[in-house]
Design a protein around this ligand. Structure first.
Ligand SMILES: C[S@@+](CC[C@H](N)C(=O)[O-])C[C@H]1O[C@@H](n2cnc3c(N)ncnc32)[C@H](O)[C@@H]1O
Length: 220
């Protein structure tokens, strides 16, 4: 499995609380999906789901669990690399008795091409991707032409990606990336009530950051 040479996430300390570690050890085999080079069959995991949606970069997973709870008719696959957040979200699955949420621990650049069939996702949530504000780090931003090429085949023909960011220069950059692509159509939207305020968003709002929601649909 090929791994990207530029990481879109920072390696944070692996400081994980005992509760997060215990949840991870006990629950990952139940609610986690192991990373492998084999495709997974989403219809076997969520046989009755109306829509199957992937969240990329859920952080500590508070918004993820709320969305899954509010939409029991949908199936959710949540992907992140950060062990404390993995443990926390696994614990939230049990606390909220969620049956429609599974967790994958790895870089989405590895997970999507190897594990997901083409046209298998109804939508993707990308909430507050790392903004990488310094110019020399801009190349680490997850939304770029390569990312669009990565997600495009995995979305159904009318599938969507909903993005939110509290960093205005990143929002402008995201609009430019999509405008330069033939693969998607869409743009800025008002914040939908269905998207809870996330932890990272709350920290941005405390600093008076302006939040932008963007919605794009697969065109062809
Ligand atoms: C700024 S945090 C936002 C977390 C959460 N969505 C929120 O709003 O509170 C970005 C998250 O994306 C994750 N992430 C970044 N690049 C990723 C990648 N390539 N694959 C999976 N997760 C990634 C990071 O580990 C981090 O948890």
């Amino acid at each position: 499995m090929e791994r990207p040479s530029v990481r879109s996430y920072s390696i944070r300390g692996s400081r994980i609380t005992e509760a997060q570690r215990a949840a991870k050890d006990a629950l990952q085999k139940v609610y986690g999906i192991p990373v492998s080079a084999n495709k997974i069959y989403l219809r076997e995991i969520f046989p009755t789901a109306e829509k199957i949606i992937m969240e990329i970069g859920f952080g500590m997973g508070e918004a993820t669990a709320i969305i899954a709870k509010n939409n029991p008719h949908n199936g959710y696959i949540a992907v992140d690399v950060h062990p404390p957040g993995i443990g926390k979200l696994l614990a939230r699955i049990v606390e909220n008795e969620l049956t429609n949420l599974r967790v994958i621990e790895d870089d989405v650049h590895v997970v999507l091409p190897y594990m997901f069939e083409d046209e298998s996702l109804d939508g993707i949530h990308l909430y507050f991707p790392d903004p990488w504000p310094k110019k020399k780090h801009n190349k680490r931003r997850i939304v770029n032409a390569g990312f669009l090429a990565l997600i495009h085949p995995k979305l159904k023909r009318d599938g969507f990606i909903h993005i939110a960011t509290d960093w205005v220069p990143y929002a402008i950059n995201i609009e430019e990336v999509f405008a330069g692509s033939e693969l998607f159509t869409g743009g800025v939207i008002a914040k939908p009530d269905s998207r809870p305020v996330t932890r990272f968003e709350g920290q941005g709002i405390d600093k008076d950051h302006q939040v932008t929601d963007l919605m794009y649909f697969r065109k062809q």
